[in-house]
Design a protein around this ligand. Structure first.
Ligand code: HEM
Length: 453
């Protein structure tokens, strides 16, 4: 249905005003999308964003149409990210995207789930020890950096012959780069003001810094078939492949969304103490899982992860641009129109979910893995550009959450609602208001890095 929103005013390039509340488009977009999900539930919304006609898609069928059935007409529209982070499989389209995808996807498809589970349990223990012991006196929120470190450590040791410690990579710089890039997402190309230009200068300096850190992957001491493949492609200029650019996006994708998910899992656990106890009983009944099959057979655990992804999708939106005219439902789509797929809106559709804002746990015979409407079914996207690391992310998340539940408990330190902040991922600004306490029967040690995983 064509909804032109009359309670929205475009007041400047970067800010939208909604019922007297100002939303900064880039960082504050999640709050706007949650209110849109309430007020225009399940309906698509067309509006002008910075002078560009934009359709916000809030139902699964239309998202599926854009992302899969008529995928050829809807390109990724990430000009700014590409400028900030360089060419990679994330930002490219067409043949160049296929080439980039073929460099890394075979490795993402063939990961060893046993090794991933082992690494995830190990680094979750390390992360927990830091969340418990590293929390400063009086600190009432969780440090997102700890989740990023856990996710990056597992990712690196899975796909590269080097640990996070050895690599010297500063994960905060990568996160900062993603944050910088998202600030530019809604600025049409060629319309920069002075403030944006200053930010761009800073962004370029940051990129040089990260590029410098990634040089270590050129050291023959650390090479492996994945790196050899990228370097081989780089040797032919027409491929437009640069090792550091490819790695930067790969590392960011491989750790940032998983880290954001873990922070929301902790928040959701803290919001639901009774469910937390039930899940604790479930994991205690499954001692020492070593592979995906064993983890995935814990229905409570998998449903809880899926619900965290549904209520707080770590990638809350994806952006496309129409190549040619089209029609989506009742909306005429013009050439170059922007399409924002709102996973927030889609997964709060009251026609699909009963009480969509609530945590919905199911019977033991339900598996979110077989449900295309579940958080797991939707938040990794659909069609040819589906998340390349979905299977890996699920194994890793299951290992992390299993370990967290088994070894610690989570309580809220504040009843205030989340302050959603978008920086390519959706996070709770200032950190999750959660306290982590060790379970009395479990020891949480600071364990050293796994030398030979
Ligand atoms: C909970 C964790 C994750 C979530 C929710 C998630 C979600 C997504 C989504 C929604 C996209 C599509 C973006 C778009 O079309 O604009 C995407 C793309 C991608 N993700 Fe993930 N992701 C997660 C973790 C990971 C991990 C751990 C890896 C790597 C191991 C990964 C690798 C990728 C890659 C390579 C793409 C680009 C696919 C392409 O277009 O070729 N993701 N992810």
């Amino acid at each position: 249905m064509n909804q032109t929103v009359d309670n929205l005013n475009l007041v400047s390039n970067m800010v939208i005003k909604e019922r007297g509340k100002m939303h900064h488009l880039s960082t504050d977009i999640c709050h706007y999308l949650y209110s849109l999900a309430d007020e225009q539930n399940g309906k698509n919304v067309s509006l002008m964003l910075n002078g560009v006609p934009t359709l916000i898609v809030q139902n699964r069928e239309d998202a599926e149409y854009v992302l899969r059935r008529n995928y050829a007409n809807y390109e990724k529209n990430m000009v700014w990210f590409k400028q900030a982070l360089g060419a990679s499989r994330f930002f490219e389209n067409g043949q160049i995207w296929k080439l980039h995808k073929n460099l890394t996807q075979p490795f993402l498809n063939r990961f060893d789930d046993q090794q991933t589970v082992k690494l995830a349990i190990h680094y979750a223990q390390q992360g927990l020890a830091q969340l418990i012991n590293g929390g400063r006196e009086g600190q009432v929120t969780l440090d997102d950096g700890i989740f990023r470190k856990m996710a990056m450590a597992v990712f690196l040791e899975n796909f590269f012959p080097i640990s996070l410690e050895e690599s010297g990579i500063n994960i905060d710089s990568i996160a900062e780069l993603m944050e910088f890039s998202s600030e530019f997402s809604f600025i049409p190309a060629g319309t920069l003001n002075t403030q944006h230009r200053r930010r761009l200068v800073k962004l370029r300096a940051l990129r040089r810094q990260v590029n410098g850190q990634l040089q270590i992957f050129r050291d023959p001491k650390y090479t492996n078939p994945l790196l050899e493949r990228i370097l081989q492609a780089e040797a032919e200029p027409e491929n437009q492949v640069v090792l550091e650019d490819e790695l930067m996006a790969f590392l960011a994708a491989g750790s940032e969304s998983t880290a954001a998910t873990m922070s929301w899992v902790c928040y959701l656990l803290a919001c639901h103490p009774e469910q937390q106890e039930k899940l604790y009983q479930e994991v205690m009944a499954h001692p020492q899982p070593t592979n995906w099959q064993q983890l995935s057979q814990m229905p409570g655990l998998m449903t809880f992860i899926s619900e965290a992804l549904r209520l707080y999708p770590p990638i809350p939106i994806i952006i496309r641009q129409a190549l040619g005219k089209d029609r989506i439902g009742d909306d005429e789509i013009s050439e170059q129109q922007n399409i924002i797929i709102s996973f927030i809106g889609i997964m709060r559709n009251q026609n699909v979910y009963q009480n969509p804002a609530e945590l919905n746990l199911r019977d033991d015979d339900y598996s979110p893995l077989n449900d295309k409407e579940s958080g797991i079914g939707i938040s990794f996207s659909h069609g040819p550009r589906i998340c390349g690391g979905k299977d890996f992310a699920l194994v890793e998340l299951a290992g992390f959450v299993y370990t967290f539940l088994k070894q610690a408990s989570f309580t809220l330190t504040s009843d205030l609602p989340p302050r959603f902040y978008w920086k390519s991922q959706m996070v709770n600004q200032g950190g999750q208001p959660v306290r982590v306490t060790p379970r009395s029967n479990e020891r949480v040690d600071i364990v050293p890095s796994l030398a030979t995983p």
